[in-house]
Design a protein around this ligand. Structure first.
Ligand code: PA5
Length: 430
């Protein structure tokens, strides 16, 4: 299905027959809550207009600093967890692919695993690395522990003054331990606005600084998000595909589905699935409600979970990202012996073979297995389109959570493990 839309929502492979006019009033009411900031958690709606209102001076500094880092270092360590790293990781993989580019990006601060941390630090010993520590609160254990180690390493490697040049901090403008430390040390500092939660922050310096160091145009991400904001301004279900997607997944949830399976056909979009899972899982999974967000990469996972999807319990539906045009393509060669019997594909492009796998799988899952398949068609996925996609899902998520009558912007459940862990670790006050 080709369209001039950047994302085109296709519900024709679901059993849904949505009577849009029946739901429009509810959608309008929630849209009003979002725009007028009157719903639960409305203090965290800064992301809504951020693609237009962002600080242009800070954005220039971000690009200049990113250029300095990529010219002077071979590696950037991104220290952050949850919303403070998933968006950057998703974008860098999606645009740059999975094989090393000019600047290597290493992620730390997203785990307490000693082996991972040890191995990453050992790897960094041989690299000329810079650090972007990202934490809104400045007190997240995983990130703070990693940064303590990284800072010590930087100071040993480059000296105190050199470390100051190699460390960039992204944190709240007014509060937190990281702000205080950054001010004292004089690190270059970027702001995660107080009214934007981590999982809605990929379009802020949280995502954009690592993205820019990786050689991806951060302005294109913002421009794509701004275009999505414009396209999604009208709440009419005839025009607003993000709201229609939110409604469709809500109706599929009400129909008895337990989970939504986010499907792509690109290994380099595995991390986009991780970002999407956090966005929906942390925004909606509360008060005993909501769809469990899962992800798969086809055709890889057709050889593992494919069996379950085809014939297992019917408690989930699929949402598939179908990207027509790859960044690059590969032609399948002719082989004179044809022992593998593949000459019927000789001269064909990998993209052609993959498109047939997509069509065949869609038919297998939606027709034969009678599973609901939502498809989001995209012509291509560059930085601009990715910015559009991020905003599309953020806007849909706010609508979807409000349809479920939960606060899209808090995460009270995350505190429970932290409190137990702090108590067990003997943190003062716990
Ligand atoms: O989405 C969120 O708000 C969370 O996932 C946070 O981003 C995550 O917990 C990290 O928090 P902080 O940036 O304060 O270190």
């Amino acid at each position: 299905m080709m369209s001039d839309k950047i994302i085109s929502l296709d519900l024709s492979h679901t059993g849904l027959a949505i009577e849009k006019e029946k739901h429009q009033e509810k959608i309008d009411q929630i849209d009003g809550m979002i725009k007028n900031k009157t719903g639960r958690g409305s203090d965290f709606l800064g992301w809504l207009d951020y693609p237009l209102t962002y600080d242009k001076k800070e954005h220039e500094l971000l690009k200049k600093t990113a250029a300095y880092i990529s010219e002077n270092y071979d590696t950037l360590v991104v220290a952050g967890i949850g919303g403070s790293y998933l968006g950057a990781r998703a974008a860098i993989d999606a645009i740059n692919g999975l094989f090393p580019k000019k600047v290597e990006i290493v992620f730390l601060g997203q785990t307490l695993d000693p082996d991972y941390v040890h191995d990453a630090l050992a790897h960094l010993k041989g690299r000329k690395f810079a650090v972007n520590v990202i934490s809104k609160s400045g007190t997240t254990t995983e990130t703070s522990v990693a940064f303590r180690l990284l800072r010590e390493m930087c100071e040993e490697k480059y000296g105190k003054e050199g470390a100051r040049k190699a460390i960039v901090a992204t944190t709240d403008a007014h509060n937190g331990a990281l702000l205080k430390l950054s001010e004292e040390e004089g690190y270059v500092r970027f702001v995660l606005p107080g009214d934007i939660g981590g999982r809605y922050s990929v379009q802020t310096p949280v995502g954009l600084f690592p993205i820019a160091v990786a050689g991806i145009d951060p302005t294109a991400i913002l421009e794509g998000s701004a275009k999505a904001r414009e396209d999604l301004a009208d709440p009419s279900l005839e025009k607003n595909d993000a709201y229609l997607y939110a409604l469709a997944r809500h109706l599929l949830y009400k129909k008895g589905n337990f989970a939504e399976l986010f499907v792509t056909y690109k290994p380099q979009l595995v991390q986009l699935g991780e970002w999407w899972k956090q966005l929906y899982g942390e925004s909606e999974g509360k008060e005993g409600k909501s769809l469990f967000p899962m992800s798969c990469t086809f055709t890889t996972d057709l050889h593992s979970l494919g069996q379950f999807i085809q014939e297992g319990s019917k408690t989930f539906f699929e949402t598939i990202i179908d990207i027509k045009t790859p960044h690059n393509d590969v032609e399948i060669p002719f082989d004179k012996d044809n022992l593998d019997g593949l000459n019927f594909l000789a001269g064909k492009k990998m993209s052609f073979v993959q498109s047939k796998a997509y069509e065949g799988t869609l038919a297998a899952h939606s027709e034969k297995a009678d599973r609901d398949n939502i498809v989001l068609h995209m012509d291509k996925l560059g930085a601009y389109e990715l910015g559009y996609l991020f905003y599309f899902f953020e806007r849909a998520c706010a609508m979807s959570a409000y349809l479920n009558e939960v606060n899209p912007f808090d995460q009270p459940g995350v505190e429970v493990y932290k409190k137990n862990m702090f108590h067990l670790l003997g943190k003062p006050g716990y």
